[in-house]
Design a protein around this ligand. Sequence first.
Ligand code: ADP
Ligand code: MG
Length: 264
Amino acid sequence: MKIAVAGKGGVGKTLVSGTLARLLGREGIRVLAVDADPTPTLAATLGIPSDVADKIIPLTENDELVKERTGMDPKVYGQMFKLNPHVADLADKFGIAGPDNVTLLVAGTVTIGGSGCMCPAGALLKALIRYLIVGMDEAFVMDLEAGIENLGRGTSKGMDALLVVVEPSQTSINTVGRIMKLAHDIGVDTVFAIANKVMDETDKEVIETTLNELNIPLLTVIPFDKAIRQANIEGIAPLDFAADSPAINAIQGLIPELRRHLSL
Ligand SMILES: Nc1ncnc2c1ncn2[C@@H]1O[C@H](COP(=O)(O)OP(=O)(O)O)[C@@H](O)[C@H]1O
Ligand SMILES: [Mg+2]
């Protein structure tokens, strides 16, 4: 199962990707959780202690690594660099083992405008994502920044699904259309929506109306859940704080839905 999770900032991408990764891991599957957010927070949701997480350097910010693999010093402009850097060992070398069979890889991000960033860190990230999708047989769940700009054309083919998390707010709902278009542009056809922070039937209807217009199947409705907020306040992974809370149960329910839709 190779999945990326996108959506507007704050909608619950990290909650969904981190918890989904761990629940898959609990089934005995080895899972790689990839944090591609410029402000990485997936470690906390995965239950990796903050003193460990604080020491992680995102791959794209590891200048020495970028230089070693692309042959170019990220700080010096105008050099030639390898577009196909060696990346197959990165998950093993830089992955952090967390609970439930999940390994975290903090990939970092690069700001890419439209056609893609022609910088060495961008080349490394692209090659890594391509390798994870095509060359690796473990499950992986990728927590993306607000958009999906990091997934260039050709990088994402072979990904099983893009999950777009939506909350009942107009800005979040408007983002769905934009993400849908980007997904289409880069050749990702399987897009599913997940509604999150849903308080009542009206919330659900607002989201459903838009999704129907865009023709995106809604896989799961995750309720607004005080336990998730509380976990956040106390700095405990939601799955460790309230394993049986309504939101966690909804994310658990996502797994059979995904399997059914993807025939996995
Ligand atoms: N279902 C929910 N119920 C209550 N709070 C939630 C829920 N989902 C997410 N949150 C809270 O919303 C905030 C943003 O969630 P997060 O997963 O970090 O979003 P993103 O990764 O999309 O920025 C966090 O404080 C989180 O605890
Ligand atoms: Mg996040």
